[in-house]
Design a protein around this ligand. Structure first.
Ligand SMILES: Nc1ncnc2c1ncn2[C@@H]1O[C@H](COP(=O)(O)OP(=O)(O)OP(=O)(O)O)[C@@H](O)[C@H]1O
Length: 815
């Protein structure tokens, strides 16, 4: 086997050398002889005479594999089934849980392919189908251990794994262990997958594989398999349905049921008891149980994923003092594997699980199995309880919690030879951490929401149950249940609300059709290859939290409200209610019956219908049009589609959405958006520059002002006559740069240039007055010529006005 090549290398390096030098022909002859001998023994097998595996005509490779894993004495089912299987008969194998059915089909697979000298080139020779991934993985591991000396390649084909990786290797596999969904996916999509030479088909947990949950998938798989093959069906609760057997085209199957005459259908070493309690007491009892069994390995079954999640999250926060784990279908595959392995490994641990873990899983040394919610039928009970007291020396205890109206279920158990005793719980030992739970929920919205989901999903699960004699959601004290979960305000249960509001009677489905519908409903709920019955119903919730109290006393069977299944405008629950409708035989009240009106009413206005209407009317949804004061529509550039493609598509007017075209359109529009964006950025930069310039200009202006102010601090020469008036205007005045008008012009031209270097321009075009130049360098004007200034001041202060005038005139004349 490929997976064991490494092991082979380690364990048998000698053997490998031996293989190298041994002539191939001789080996082949020996093998042929051995095979012939073994095959000759098949008809002589007498199950009662078998003491050890050696007494069975098995190949040395298989015997060695068994021995190395401490499988010495075959169990009853192994003794009886292996012989028939080796003879090539189809088998219906039924035996108690934990009685070794896995080896009862794995050994014949190995021997069958060994005797046919199956090689990798021969393709798939055996197919084992299991309802859950965990069980498939467990079977795969057992086969790896027991068959490691054989040269077959084994593939584990389950959901949640790398599909591409599986695809490439499918054609090289000899034995496939798979879940139905994934197998069908390969059959449909993988051209390399070929089952034409299949020798053996095994259905583990056959009744589950063949029930309505997998009906469509299994039928499709069976269609793809060659009819000439051996088929082995195994389960603790075997199907005897002729229909099922016909589907599989079994040819006169041999029914192997070593425990059929046994006093009990459950293992003798399994001690079973039940308690009857109110719905609001359950959580407290479970908590107290865990606190009192800290040194034990406990497996707790609940009806739905959300309950498991909530109980796990809550108890983790409450810290009971023992490891807690949770396993349910909506978890990621890697997590599921990790949790499964962890629970196998640990000894003091509590695992909360859905029925995902109820079948086939061989958790070692489980002390207690608690069924917190009543199982849907006796079969489920048997499988759940069978997770303890497994194998030859296994021991264990089972506890079933029942609500008062569910106590009738015990009769069913007893009728099916299940010994179960009623016990009571010492109330003084029950400590419900109610206050703590409420405090935790008030503090943690997420936890509160999980609690709400758990609440709603449990009620849904009860509503979905086929056996309405036992399961009646109307009899549940929902307020009390909500409170026990820590929810002060019970979440509104929409389906119940409508159920009560619409006055339609609901009858129990009694006929075969009804049964079928229930099965269909379950099938729908199986979103993960049937790995978790409650998974999908768990996903479809999200209820409004509006109190809707209804006291227990008010709820009696006689007043089961009637339900108008047509008047359902709640698209969220469409699926749920649709299937449910078929499940329920509906009878309208003759007094209130108004056929025409109800018919009119009954057409639901679904979201899909509204969408269709909108499409027909060609209304563009999600569009906003803005108007000016005059009532003219303002074009929104951003929303306008500009590309040619947009126009083309608009003309074509395709109904619905064509994703590919929409993508193309987006790409086209993207080009226009980019241009618009670039323009925007440019404009922004320009604006910024303009602002900067203005700012600089202002700063310059401020300095000028300052200069003129300081000027006033200097000598007041305003009394002097205007030299232009005295001498006339000089031609070359502009050349010396003292013309302020020229200054201004040069500045303006600079401004308009924008990007030109301002300082250079100033040097070229603008020559400010000396005083201004000095000022611009930060030198105060006073420091220019203090002596000169002082002299003028002294002279001017000592002169009278006339004298000063005369002096000025003289000075001017001199000049
Ligand atoms: N011949 C044997 N000798 C000792 N132990 C065995 C033998 N056969 C099986 N066992 C052990 O018994 C345990 C239960 O075996 P297995 O899982 O095959 O039971 P099962 O009948 O398939 O149970 P279920 O009905 O729950 O699927 C396993 O731990 C397995 O290793």
């Amino acid at each position: 086997m490929t997976e064991n090549e490494g092991k082979n290398k380690q364990k048998g390096s000698k053997q490998k050398k031996f293989k190298l030098y041994k002539p191939r022909k001789k080996k082949s002859v020996e093998e042929d002889a051995a095979i012939q001998y073994l095959q000759a023994q098949y008809d002589k097998i007498v199950p009662d005479e078998i003491k050890t595996f050696k007494d069975l005509p098995l190949s040395q490779k298989t015997l060695k594999g068994l021995k190395e894993n401490n499988y010495i004495t075959p169990t009853e089912i192994q003794k009886q089934a292996i012989g028939y299987a080796l003879q090539g008969k189809d088998i219906l194998g039924a035996a108690k849980t934990g009685s070794g059915k896995t080896l009862a089909f794995l050994i014949p697979i190995l021997e069958n392919l060994f005797c046919k000298k199956w090689t990798r080139l021969d393709g798939v020779g055996a197919l084992v189908i299991s309802p859950t991934r965990e069980l498939a993985y467990q079977i795969y591991e057992t086969l790896r251990k027991v068959g490691y000396l054989h040269d077959f390649s084994v593939g584990l084909i389950i959901g949640g794994q790398n599909l591409k990786f599986e695809r490439k290797r499918m054609d090289q596999m000899n034995i496939l262990i798979c879940t139905p969904g994934r197998l069908l996916q390969h059959m449909d999509e993988n051209p390399l997958f070929d089952c034409n030479h299949l020798q053996i088909l095994v259905l583990d947990e056959a009744d589950r594989c063949l029930d309505m949950g997998f009906a469509a998938t299994m039928n499709a798989i069976i269609e793809n398999l060659p009819p000439e093959r051996q088929t082995l069906l195994f389960s603790a609760t075997q199907t005897k349905s002729v229909k099922d057997l016909a589907r599989l085209s079994l040819s006169f199957p041999t029914y192997v049921a070593p425990h059929e005459q046994a006093e009990t259908v459950t293992p003798e070493s399994l001690q079973q008891s039940y308690i009857v309690c109110e719905i609001d007491e359950k959580l407290g009892i479970l908590w107290s149980f865990i606190k009192n069994h800290l040194k034990q390995k406990v497996l707790v079954f609940m009806a739905t994923c959300k309950q498991v999640k909530y109980t796990y999250d809550l108890f983790c926060k409450l810290r009971p003092g023992v490891s807690l784990l949770a396993l349910y279908g909506t978890l990621h595959q890697e997590k599921r594997e990790k949790i499964y392995n962890e629970f196998c490994r640990k000894s003091n641990v509590v695992l909360f699980a859905t029925d995902l873990a109820s079948r086939g899983l061989d958790f070692p040394r489980v002390n207690w199995v608690i069924q917190m919610d009543c199982p849907e039928d006796v079969e489920t009970y048997i499988h759940r309880a069978g997770r303890t007291a497994r194998g030859v020396f296994g021991k264990g205890e089972g506890l079933l919690m029942l609500l008062p109206n569910e106590e009738k279920f015990v009769e069913d158990l007893k009728n099916r030879k299940i010994p179960i005793n009623k016990i009571s719980v010492d109330p003084s030992k029950v400590v419900a951490p109610q206050r703590k739970i409420e405090a935790l929920l008030s503090d943690n919205t997420e936890l509160k929401q999980t609690a709400q989901r758990a609440f709603v999903n449990y009620l849904k699960s009860v509503f979905l149950m086929k056996n309405k004699e036992i399961f009646n959601v109307q009899l549940l004290d929902t307020d009390a249940y909500a409170r026990s979960l820590g929810l002060i305000v019970p979440p509104r249960i929409r389906f119940m609300h409508k159920y009560q509001k619409n006055n339609v009677a609901i009858k129990q489905p009694e006929n075969d059709e009804g049964d079928k519908v229930v099965e269909k409903l379950k099938a729908k709920a199986n979103d993960d290859e049937g790995s978790d019955q409650s998974a999908s119903s768990d996903e479809s919730e999200e209820e409004e939290v509006i109190p809707e109290p209804k006291k227990k006393a008010e709820r009696t069977k006689a007043e089961i409200p009637k339900f108008d299944f047509h008047n359902n405008d709640d698209s969220d629950e469409d699926d749920f209610l649709q299937v449910k409708n078929a499940n329920i035989d509906i009878e309208t009240d003759p007094v209130e019956e108004e056929p025409s009106k109800t018919k009119k009413k009954s057409k639901p206005l679904t979201k899909a219908a509204v969408a269709k209407k909108i499409l027909k009317k060609k209304i563009k949804v999600n569009t906003t049009v803005k108007f000016t004061d005059d009532g003219e529509a303002i074009q929104d550039e951003k929303r306008d589609l500009k590309s040619e493609l947009a126009k083309q598509l608009n003309d074509e007017n395709i109904g619905g959405i064509d994703i590919e075209k929409a993508k193309e359109l987006l790409q086209e529009e993207d080009k226009f958006d980019k241009i618009r964006f670039r323009e925007k950025v440019k404009a922004k930069h320009k604006e910024e520059k303009r602002k900067l310039k203005n700012k600089k200009k202002e700063e310059m202006g401020e300095k000028d002002d300052f200069g003129s102010q300081s000027e006033s601090d200097g000598p007041d020469l305003s009394w002097l006559p205007d030299p232009d008036k005295v001498y006339g205007k000089k031609e070359d005045d502009n050349d010396d740069g003292s013309n302020s008008g020229g200054d201004k012009d040069s500045f303006r031209s600079n401004d308009e240039e924008g990007s030109q270097d301002e300082s250079d321009d100033e040097q070229i075009y603008h020559r400010p007055a000396k005083r201004k130049l000095v000022e611009s360098k930060g030198i105060p004007q006073e420091s220019v010529a203090p002596r000169k200034v002082k002299k003028i001041q002294d002279i001017s202060s000592s002169l009278s006005v006339q004298e000063a005038e005369a002096l000025a005139m003289r000075l001017l004349q001199k000049k």
